[in-house]
Design a protein around this ligand. Structure first.
Ligand code: ADP
Length: 494
């Protein structure tokens, strides 16, 4: 409770006072002196001293003015007024102005030193109170910052949070929680949870609270909850109990996470695997039975029949290889980080080379082809992928064409696009078939397609590729008349 090295300012022209104080206090404290009032105010206000001795009679202004000016700046300053002509009036007046004490000169060491000691003690209390005040303010500020940080985080996270107490009253929730349980009603803090929560969540909360009551600390419960239409969300609710310091259960907290997308993905994956298995099963079963018949010598003695079945097995194997290749391509397109060798591809030349490749197949079915290709149109693409797109279009135009049919292939510039159309005079499609055209494994089933082999993956792969290049595909078709597939890909300058 003692201030060491107190800074003491004496505002007095009297050398006796200065010497006295320096003599008695100089070895423990730092003493400065100023002979005039104006200079005293300047010095005493610029920084706060622990103790001020102010003479009532200064050469320039009155001691009261100095006291007033200093207390104006430092309202807790401890000022001891000194007078050679003490009077009750000026003592009362200066005390009312906030002076700590009023003493008469010359000093009586026995009286004055204990008083100075008390004054410094008081100063210590003032400083300590200030320090504590500051500390409290800092702590409060920190607490407020922490609180608002936490609130911001809780309000911003994509998970819904709900806290209920032991009485199953709602005591906290964040905005996301309201979205996830899909309620427009404002939940009031303290309301019963039974008024608002989906039944499955109520059940989960009741269950965990009951368990906590009978068994003490419990593990969190995880459960999928389906939020009713119109949202049709699937939410994972993760509920845990909250225990107080004495081990008593205070309530429960539920964290809700929207897993709808994950669920859909999961479903479409299972669907895909199911379809793949289905597609693989039919040809394998056929190959299996053909081979079995051959090994069992069940086809009679005619070698031609054996050859027919072996040929059929081979065809089925080829179809399987085609399917597996398509599956690899689908998988490749779906996986992130596909490596592409982008280069400038001149579309007309690519189309010409593909038509050349398909010439034998067209001749087999006496299909004629007409090309109207503008040369010098480029796209920036992986040539393998683009080749796959046009190969599929031309191959389909042949496969789904009529005997002696015709194919028109055009390539033109259309604004910022290179537009490639493949038009056939084939079997065409009904509008229902057209709607499902780009679905994986979709194959139209009608009298014309019965004997045409395929995987039903070509167009799905093609669409994924075209989408990757920010292009688009349009289809015009008429059942039994023919179809036109048009692909738009972004054009680049050479
Ligand atoms: P795939 O030809 O291997 O069956 P695709 O994905 O290329 O697989 O085509 C899917 C389905 O779309 C085909 O099975 C067929 O029913 C229909 N289709 C595609 N192209 C044509 C076309 N040019 N004319 C008529 N139908 C077509």
């Amino acid at each position: 409770m003692k201030i060491l090295d107190a800074r003491i300012l004496i505002i007095d022209a009297d050398p006796e006072v200065v010497n006295f104080l320096k003599h008695h206090l100089g070895n423990q404290h730092v003493i400065e002196s100023i002979p005039t009032g104006i200079e005293g105010i300047a010095k005493g206000s610029s920084s706060e001293y622990d103790l001020y001795f102010i003479s009532m009679s200064l050469p320039d202004i009155s001691g009261r003015d100095v006291l007033h000016a200093i207390r104006d700046v430092h309202e807790e300053a401890i000022c001891i007024m000194m007078s050679s002509n003490p009077s009750i009036d000026s003592a009362v007046q200066t005390t009312q102005m906030g002076a700590y004490n009023y003493i008469s000169k010359p000093f009586d060491a026995e009286k004055i030193l204990p008083m100075i000691h008390r004054a410094l003690e008081r100063r210590w209390y003032i400083l300590e109170a200030r320090r504590l005040r500051q500390e409290r303010e800092n702590n409060l500020a920190e607490l407020n910052v922490d609180k608002s940080r936490l609130a911001t985080v809780i309000n911003a996270i994509d998970d819904g949070i709900l806290v209920i107490n032991q009485k199953k009253e709602i005591i906290f929730y964040n905005p996301r929680f309201l979205q996830l349980i899909h309620t427009d009603r404002q939940i009031l803090i303290g309301d019963s949870m039974f008024r608002y929560l989906p039944q499955s969540l109520q059940k989960q909360l009741c269950e965990i609270l009951q368990k906590a009551e009978s068994e003490g600390k419990t593990n969190a419960i995880k459960q999928e909850i389906v939020i009713k239409p119109p949202l049709e969300l699937v939410v994972m609710a993760n509920t845990a109990t909250i225990f107080g310091e004495n081990g008593q259960c205070l309530g429960a907290v539920s964290v809700l996470r929207d897993i709808t997308e994950m669920k859909q993905l999961d479903q479409s994956k299972s669907h895909f695997v199911n379809m793949v298995a289905h597609e693989l099963k039919a040809p394998l079963a056929a190959i299996h039975s053909y081979l079995k018949m051959i090994l069992d010598n069940a086809l009679g003695d005619d070698i031609v029949t054996y050859n027919t079945y072996l040929k059929r097995s081979l065809e089925r194997t080829e179809a399987l290889i085609e399917l597996i290749n398509d599956l690899f391509n689908i998988f490749r397109m779906d996986s992130k980080g596909v490596k592409r060798n982008l280069e400038k591809v001149e579309v007309a030349t690519l189309l010409e080379s593909l038509v050349e490749f398909f010439k034998p197949k067209m001749e087999e079915r006496e299909i004629t082809v007409n090309l109207a290709l503008k040369h010098g149109l480029y796209i920036n693409a992986d040539s393998e992928e683009i080749r796959r797109v046009f190969t599929n279009l031309i191959s389909n135009a042949i496969k789904y064409n009529k005997y002696e049919g015709h194919i028109d292939i055009t390539c033109v510039a259309d604004g910022r696009w290179v537009k490639v159309s493949v038009k056939d005079t084939g079997i065409g499609m009904t509008s229902e078939e057209k709607d499902r055209l780009f679905q994986e494994f979709f194959r139209a089933k009608n009298i014309y397609t019965r004997n045409i082999t395929g995987t039903g993956l070509g167009l799905a792969i093609m669409k994924k590729i075209v989408d990757e290049y920010a292009g688009r595909i349009t289809v015009e078709t008429e059942f039994e008349k023919g179809s036109t597939f048009t692909v738009y890909l972004p054009r680049v300058e050479n």
